[in-house]
Write a protein that binds this ligand. Structure first.
Ligand code: FRU
Length: 468
């Protein structure tokens, strides 16, 4: 199990839901099957935190116990209204034998006065199938994201046009209870997946951003995972009920990042967390019956700086750093084993590429095992290679990125079976699960030709270090 990432107490988890700061606490809900390490029986798990890192599990917030959600309380979001915490989620009901297509989905509401005990609204659903417009899927209709703009509430919902193109629908309300359909907010083409899940919409640095998680992505569009999550820059026009899309980017170029959600906290930070796993790729914790699967990514702050969107770990991680190891001005030609090791740490590295053709780090090394993070000058590619990472799934992911003054800046979070890499101050991020043996804790730096490790800091991350 991971040490500084949010997980379920046991069983299966997927998407983060209802991320919000309420009465001073950070709340994270998540898709949760407490009975098995496989998806099914979907509840809303719940945890709270003062600092986004140390989480306390709370009682399950929602269970599939009503006629409109009996086959799952699917993903959704949270908003505060009149001091109460409102959760908006999808009620899933199977209506035929084929669970892959015979289902009905409606949007439901649950309200809490204390942020712990939630009561489902007596008139659920608040957005039923009768509010699905013609030309939109009548089955895929889920993951309501609620937000307020001016004095109006909006909900956006993920769906498709019935012809394998993802789209997002917009709804409006004055009171959170009565909802009106407004229009198709945004729509993809045949390269952008057959269905859009988990939409999110927010503003950052005067830019409007729409996030969606397309299913069945087409590899020719730069997607290497069949489920990917993207952010689209553009303009939200509430009066016209549209979001004009300017351009589209992957949020994370690794293996395991899906269905993220964002929220703004009282420090005015826009924070994003994703599900750190993905569909249809089982992990050893499932096949070997460890009775759990899935975790959330480390919370990342999104910033818009010099026309770039940057994603970096929230600063609070610094409170949990200990046992610093430091290296500077090290000329590397070939391979060097660091005098430090571990399986739960943060690394911060500045590498001057000098004349090296390829250089990088090998993590969780041991007999026959290594996870390779490298930069290849030819092609200007950053590469995450987990082919020899251990017993979990393999694969290689690549992303194009330029060196900055011939330097590569890396920040890496390693936690037991996860690796999150923030490249060049968060310009690109790559996340992957790895399952090496316990003994594989080595760290190496390597270079083909000479490169210079200008600085390398490593800290163990220990949650019991500080009481928050
Ligand atoms: C995304 C998703 C959502 C759905 C939930 C079900 O991963 O498929 O669209 O609400 O998971 O658990």
């Amino acid at each position: 199990r991971l040490k500084y990432h949010l997980m379920g107490e046991c069983g299966w988890i997927n998407d983060p839901n209802g991320l919000i700061q309420y009465n001073g606490d950070y709340h994270a809900f998540f898709q949760y099957n407490p009975y098995d390490s496989e998806w099914g029986n979907i509840h809303w798990g719940h945890a709270i935190s003062k600092d986004l890192i140390k989480w306390r599990h709370m009682p399950i917030a929602l269970g599939p116990d009503s006629p409109y959600d009996q086959d799952g309380c699917f993903s959704g979001s949270a908003i505060e209204k009149d001091g109460k915490l409102f959760l908006v989620y999808t009620g899933n009901v199977f209506i035929g034998p084929d669970k892959k297509k015979d289902y009905k989905q409606t949007q439901c509401l649950a309200i809490s006065e204390d942020g712990v005990v939630f009561h489902k609204y007596s008139k659920n659903p608040i957005i039923g199938s009768d509010l699905i417009p013609i030309g939109s899927s009548t089955s895929d209709f889920r993951d309501p994201r609620v937000f307020k703009k001016g004095d109006k509430y909006f909900i956006i919902i993920g769906t498709n046009d019935g012809h394998y193109r993802g789209q997002v629908l917009l709804y409006e309300s004055g009171d959170m209870f009565e909802w009106k359909y407004k229009g198709v907010l945004a729509k993809g083409d045949e390269l952008m997946g057959s269905n859009w899940e988990c939409p999110d919409l927010f503003e950052i640095g005067n830019q409007d951003i729409l996030i969606v998680s397309p299913e069945n992505c087409n590899i020719v569009n730069g997607f290497e995972n069949s489920n990917s999550s993207v952010y689209m820059t553009g303009k939200f026009k509430p009066d016209k009920s549209v979001f004009d899309i300017y351009d589209t980017h992957l949020i994370d170029c690794g293996f395991d990042f899906y269905a993220p959600q964002t929220f703004k906290d009282d420090k005015q930070r826009r924070i994003i967390m994703g599900w750190m796993h993905t569909w249809n790729i089982p992990t050893p914790t499932q096949t070997e019956k460890h009775n759990w699967a899935g975790a959330m990514t480390f919370p990342r702050e999104i910033k818009f700086v010099d026309n770039k969107f940057l994603f970096n770990p929230v600063d609070e991680i610094k409170n949990y750093r200990c046992n610093r190891y430091y290296l500077s001005d090290a000329k590397i030609n070939g391979e060097k084993v660091l005098e430090s090791f571990g399986d739960c740490y943060e690394l911060q590295v500045v590498i001057n590429a000098n004349d090296s053709a390829e250089f990088g780090l090998k993590l969780r090394t041991g007999f026959d095992e290594e996870t390779v993070l490298s930069y290849k000058r030819d092609g200007r590619l950053f590469i995450f290679d987990r082919e020899k990472s251990g017993s979990g799934p393999g694969g290689i992911r690549k992303t194009a990125i330029e060196l900055i003054d011939n330097r590569l800046y890396l920040r890496i979070l390693v936690d037991t079976c996860s690796v999150e890499v923030f490249v060049n101050n968060g310009e690109k991020v790559m996340t992957g699960l790895i399952f090496p043996s316990k003994e594989s804790t080595g760290i190496k730096v390597f270079s083909k030709g000479i490169c210079i490790i200008e600085t390398l800091s490593k800290w163990d991350i220990k949650l019991d270090k500080t009481v928050v």
